[in-house]
Design a protein around this ligand. Structure first.
Ligand SMILES: [Zn+2]
Length: 336
């Protein structure tokens, strides 16, 4: 058994004041990130320690920075330093880039000393109190929380908690979960309540279906109409011209992947617009669909698990017509 570290995600319902405070907190953190990027591009290359000293000095001078949480600000610099490290050690990872105001969604991180849970609310520094939709109980005292806002303006809290690692958990009947591995280190699941363990998701899966990434971000998860133009990477909202469906880009793509996998297919092209609706209202009975994107580090997670034993193959859209790979859609880790 043992203990596993997982994230538990909840919807937040901040009032006008709290939402404004979160946005302002994000503005300060984004400023610090961009300041670090600026220093790097102009030749000074401060590490985390130097950045923290600079932050202390800057907070002494600036009441605007002092009005924000030191924990959140330090965490932002820590994230920056980690991203910078990764850009040197992880192949293909670029340098941390400027976060533009209009193109970057708010994301704040608080360690244990930076937040509390009181009377069912998430209490942040400077008296910011945010109601949480407790869709289930936390299994333990959280060690940190990440607060994010998606492109539709919804706020979420993602708590890092520990819990007893049970035996293989099987996804409930008829509740497949599509996971969009579009970005190497984050995953978007179709169900917000579906928590992904930090180190892979394999314990929890009933079956893994590999789905070619081609068109998954261009296709409407509701009516399966395909957009004529691919969404630019900076475009965070999917809008269907055919049916008007609007969703976050990643969540829409995750749902498309799930629809494809539930029908036993491996690509968007295999599903026609007329038969995309679930047969008999049900799905593939707990299939977990993994979209193998072209950004995965050395083809891990998804491809390594293919039954054919091909390991470490990157699945680029350009290769998607390779017949050998197309056959890798049989369930890998069987139920129970
Ligand atoms: Zn549509």
């Amino acid at each position: 058994m043992g203990v596993e570290v997982v994230r538990y995600n909840y919807r937040l319902r901040p009032g006008t004041t709290a939402a404004a405070a979160l946005i302002e907190e994000w503005r300060r953190c984004r400023f610090l990130w961009n300041e670090a990027v600026h220093q790097f591009t102009t030749g000074r290359k401060p590490g985390f320690g130097t950045l923290c000293r600079q932050l202390t000095e800057a907070r002494a001078r600036s009441s605007w920075l002092r009005d924000g949480s030191q924990v959140a600000q330090q965490q932002m610099l820590r994230t920056y330093a980690q991203a910078l490290d990764a850009s040197c050690t992880v192949k293909g990872r670029g340098r941390p880039r400027f976060k533009a105001r209009k193109k970057t969604l708010p994301s704040l991180e608080y360690t244990r000393r930076g937040f509390r849970i009181r009377d069912g609310r998430l209490v942040l520094p400077k008296g910011v109190r945010v109601p949480v939709v407790w869709s289930r109980a936390l299994p333990s005292e959280p060690s940190s929380v990440r607060i994010t806002r998606d492109c539709l303006g919804h706020w979420y809290a993602s708590f890092v908690v520990t819990r007893e690692a049970g035996p293989i958990r099987v996804v409930e009947e008829n509740s497949g979960v599509g996971i969009d591995w579009g970005v190497a280190r984050t995953a978007t699941a179709t169900e917000e309540r579906f928590d992904l363990p930090h180190h892979g998701h394999r314990k929890r899966c009933a079956a893994v279906v590999l789905v070619r990434p081609a068109y998954t971000t261009m296709t409407c998860a509701r009516c399966f109409a395909r957009a004529e133009q691919p969404l630019g990477l900076e475009e965070r909202i999917f809008r269907c011209r055919a049916c008007g469906h609007t969703a976050c880009r990643d969540r829409n793509a995750a749902r498309v992947v799930l629809v494809v996998a539930e029908r036993g297919h491996t690509g968007v092209d295999d599903v026609s617009q007329t038969d995309h609706l679930p047969p008999g209202g049900g799905g593939g009975g707990g299939a977990v669909a993994v979209r193998v994107g072209n950004l995965l580090p050395s083809g891990r997670r998804g491809v390594n698990r293919a039954p054919s034993g091909r390991r470490g193959i990157r699945w680029k859209p350009a290769m998607s017509s390779s017949p050998g790979l197309l056959q890798q859609h049989r369930p890998v880790c069987g139920r129970g």
